[in-house]
Design a protein around this ligand. Structure first.
Ligand SMILES: [Mg+2]
Length: 238
């Protein structure tokens, strides 16, 4: 096969998102404590936030996979129930969210070998991200090496829906048999790619047994094995 496009999952494939999310949420809470202190009760009450999130998703199911919009709507609803009018709530939610988002997108530590891999992949051909998260690759100075990012905000659906992979193919002007997708999640990344007829490579750093659907996929346990795996694929007939 001739590989013209490599797509990569982001969270848990190139970085650990959770430590960054926690510190970004903390920064946002401190910003609200300073500028809109009536919201801090809400931000310190996970159950209240969960209820509001559920209500927002019930009203607007499409937001379930649009994490940035969902987070903003939850803040807005919290501000409204704290007595803000809709315009004030919107403005404060947008400002608070941007504090969160900047913190979430900057200073993220990539896994060992990730930057070298991205550089090498971008030298080989088109390089895209296919992620259900809301990382801003421009803010993170990762565009380049990435050429584009497909996420639920722009593609309209998230993994494992094959449409998000087709959106990525369109971005690169490639067909499914010219693309390889690499990611850590058996359902989202392996099943999802297969659903769009794209060859998956499972990033499996824990060397876990395959418990997903279908035959075991090609597997790498470290990012430094990806280039060899791609070379082997290029040497094979599909
Ligand atoms: Mg992942």
């Amino acid at each position: 096969m001739k590989i013209r496009l490599v797509t990569l999952d982001l969270d848990d494939t190139l970085w650990d998102p959770y430590s960054q999310l926690i510190s970004a949420a903390e920064l946002m809470r401190n910003w609200f404590a300073e500028h809109h202190p009536t919201l801090t009760g809400f931000l310190d009450d996970p159950e209240a936030q969960r209820q509001v999130r559920d209500a927002v998703i019930e009203r607007s199911p499409e937001l379930r996979t649009r994490l940035s919009s969902l987070r903003r709507e939850v803040l807005k609803a919290g501000l409204k129930s704290a007595g803000y009018n809709p315009d004030e709530a919107q403005a404060a939610a947008d400002a608070g969210f941007s504090v969160f988002y900047r913190a979430r997108s900057s200073g993220l530590a990539l896994f060992d070998g990730a930057r070298e891999l991205l550089r090498a992949l971008s030298a080989r051909g088109a390089l895209g991200a296919v992620s259900n998260g809301n990382a801003d690759l421009k803010l993170m100075n990762l565009m380049p090496p990435f050429d584009f990012c497909a996420n639920p905000e722009c593609a309209g659906v998230g993994k494992p829906d094959p449409e998000i992979f087709r959106y990525a193919l369109d971005q690169a002007g490639c067909s499914a048999d010219e693309c390889v997708h690499i990611g850590d999640h058996p359902l989202y990344d392996v099943d999802g790619a297969r659903g769009a007829d794209i060859e998956p490579i499972w990033y499996n750093p824990g060397a876990d047994p395959w418990r997903g659907e279908g035959p075991p996929p090609r597997t790498v346990t470290h990012l430094n094995q990806v280039l060899d795996a791609l070379d082997r694929l290029e040497g094979e007939q599909r």
